[in-house]
Design a protein around this ligand. Structure first.
Ligand SMILES: C[S@@+](CC[C@H](N)C(=O)[O-])C[C@H]1O[C@@H](n2cnc3c(N)ncnc32)[C@H](O)[C@@H]1O
Length: 228
């Protein structure tokens, strides 16, 4: 079965004309980049737009992460797979990427793109409930969240489980937009973005301390944590 962006556009939702008023109302209320089912196509296109590379610097991010073949990476809030694909390449045939998301549509698109690259065997696609971590204890080298922390921010229980999932020397890496002017123009309100300092505080409560910070991304913080 071929899955394309266009397929998502027409996926069984009532017509845009009938919904236009509702869309307008909800759009005006929307304070986050959380996707609504009728704009999955736009959401994916936004995550995958080529101009994103200019500020996201994916090659430099991957290089900074020092991944080696055989590693296990959990891409939490993996979305369309912008980083999943790059992780699959970095961990090689012997490694594994767990692409974790709350949206089946995102996982389907992510898988489709990895299949095109012949690397789908290096990934598992895991649908989760927002509050659940599917990771087993002592199972991953890197838990990575890009532009996802502000979606998945949970209490100590969630992050405690993430911490337990780390192998010895394992890391949690959080890349997310600054909550202030440094992130520049965003297509959603900054209201839900989490200040860098609060991320660090939250992680500390869950037993994770800041072990490294990369500062080459101008719009996002890039923080590495290890178990305390
Ligand atoms: C802004 S996108 C980022 C996607 C990807 N990390 C990237 O950088 O392109 C956020 C993703 O997080 C997912 N998400 C939201 N809440 C989540 C949760 N509680 N657990 C896992 N994924 C979640 C959304 O469905 C969406 O695909």
């Amino acid at each position: 079965m071929r899955i394309s962006i266009n397929k998502f556009a027409g996926r069984g939702f009532v017509s845009m004309r009938r919904c236009s008023l509702l869309v307008l109302v909800l759009a005006s209320l929307s304070a986050s980049c959380a996707y609504q089912p009728w704009n999955i196509e736009t959401y994916i296109q936004n995550l995958e737009r080529p101009e994103r590379d200019e500020y996201q610097q994916p090659a430099k991010v991957i290089e900074a992460l020092n991944l080696t073949p055989g590693m296990v990476v959990a891409d939490v809030g993996a979305g369309s797979g912008y980083f999943t694909r790059r992780f699959a390449k970095a961990v090689g045939e012997t490694g594994k990427v767990l692409a974790i998301d709350v949206e089946q549509n995102m996982l389907d698109y992510n898988k489709q793109e990895l299949e095109k690259l012949g690397m789908a065997n290096r990934a598992q696609f895991v649908l989760v409930k927002p509050e659940d971590s599917p990771l087993s204890p002592n199972s991953v080298d890197l838990v990575f969240l890009c532009n996802a922390y502000h979606h998945v921010e949970h209490g100590v229980g969630y992050w405690g489980k993430i911490q337990e999932a780390l192998k010895p020397n394992g890391r949690v890496v959080i890349v997310d937009y600054y909550h202030d002017e440094r992130s520049g123009h965003l297509s959603f309100s900054k209201h839900h973005l989490v200040p860098r300092e609060r991320v660090i505080e939250n992680m500390e409560k869950a037993g994770l301390h800041l072990s490294k910070e990369h500062t080459f991304l101008s719009r996002q913080y890039f923080l590495e944590f290890k178990a305390s």
